[in-house]
Write a protein that binds this ligand. Structure first.
Ligand SMILES: [Zn+2]
Length: 308
């Protein structure tokens, strides 16, 4: 089985801004100065290459360039995670969407010396216009689709609790409960169905049980059975697995103002992250998302037109 490990390198400032409406101008964001090294060490220990989705605004900070260089020097992929990590990304105007993608694209290109080929929308906020913009810009893959009907409800509930007021994020779609779980070419009119677009959709993997999100945030809160469920499903059905971490997963958030109920201590999170990476390294071939697309091995995960 092929697998990718993807890290959304969402800086601490994105959480400060979204949850507390404040801007902390860290000279170097703690996600870059602290947790990035832990991720790089973990991936080096298991000799695997990952895909880091980074925010354009973080590339603009000259004090962070040495950290971004470390990612590149160690052979990992850098993909586009938009310029400003705006929530409700898909609700922006088409012009704003293009600008958010292109500004980050050009900044990333200036550090990796080639065009980035992959994109993930902030908060998984994706829709048909966004994917058409990506296709127009020559992107090889989008990794924003969560093939789960319960995901939008879970995100909105969790974020309403965190913000202590009802919020209505436009992330995911309740109709995506039957979207393909393996890589596919999306349909021009409905990105959650296989079709004729050139770009490929690389859905975030979900558990077999109720198509529950299985990425680290949920594993920390609900348990590792979510990961095992999604892992076993991918293995049995011969689809590629795309496992997602976030920058704060290996950050000592207790040092900062960030409060996430249910988020375990750093020691416990380190242990869980290593268990997951170890299992992926020992039982699958982990490659960058870009390489998976380039070598065509993702065909193992392409579903028939009916999708599952
Ligand atoms: Zn993000």
């Amino acid at each position: 089985m092929y697998a990718t490990i993807q890290v959304d390198l969402d800086s601490l400032w994105t959480y400060d801004r979204y949850l507390y409406q404040k801007i902390n101008n860290y000279p170097v964001d703690p996600v870059y100065s602290q947790s990035l090294q832990s991720f790089l060490d973990l991936f080096a220990k298991y000799k695997l290459k990952a895909t880091f989705f980074i925010i354009g605004k973080d590339v603009q900070n000259p004090k962070q360039s040495k950290y971004i260089k470390m990612i590149i020097e160690q052979g990992h992929e850098i993909a586009n995670h938009s310029m400003n990590h705006l929530s409700d990304f898909a609700a922006l105007s088409l012009e704003q969407i293009r600008e958010e993608i292109i500004l980050a694209h050009n900044l990333i290109k200036s550090v990796i010396n080639k065009d980035p080929v992959g994109f993930r929308a902030p908060m998984f906020s994706i829709n048909q216009p966004v994917i058409r913009v990506l296709e127009d810009l020559g992107y090889k893959y989008d990794a924003s689709l969560m093939p789960s009907a319960i995901f939008p409800l879970m995100m909105n509930t969790a974020h309403s609790l965190l913000k202590l007021k009802p919020v209505n994020l436009k992330c995911g779609n309740i109709r995506w409960g039957d979207a393909p779980r393996g890589i596919y070419h999306p349909d021009k009119q409905n990105m959650a169905k296989p079709g004729a677009m050139e770009i490929k959709e690389v859905p975030v993997s979900v558990s077999n049980f109720a198509r529950f999100p299985m990425h680290s945030t949920y594993v920390f809160v609900f348990g590792k059975f979510l990961f095992d469920s999604g892992f076993n499903y991918a293995l049995k059905n011969k689809i590629t697995l795309h496992y997602l971490f976030h920058g704060i997963d290996l950050l000592n958030i207790e040092q900062y103002s960030l409060k996430l109920p249910g988020f375990k201590t750093l020691t416990k999170r380190q242990k869980i992250c290593e268990q997951i990476v170890k299992k992926l390294a020992e039982n699958s071939q982990v490659v960058t998302t870009e390489n998976l697309i380039a070598i065509g091995k993702e065909t193992h995960g392409i579903h028939p037109a009916s999708g599952i």
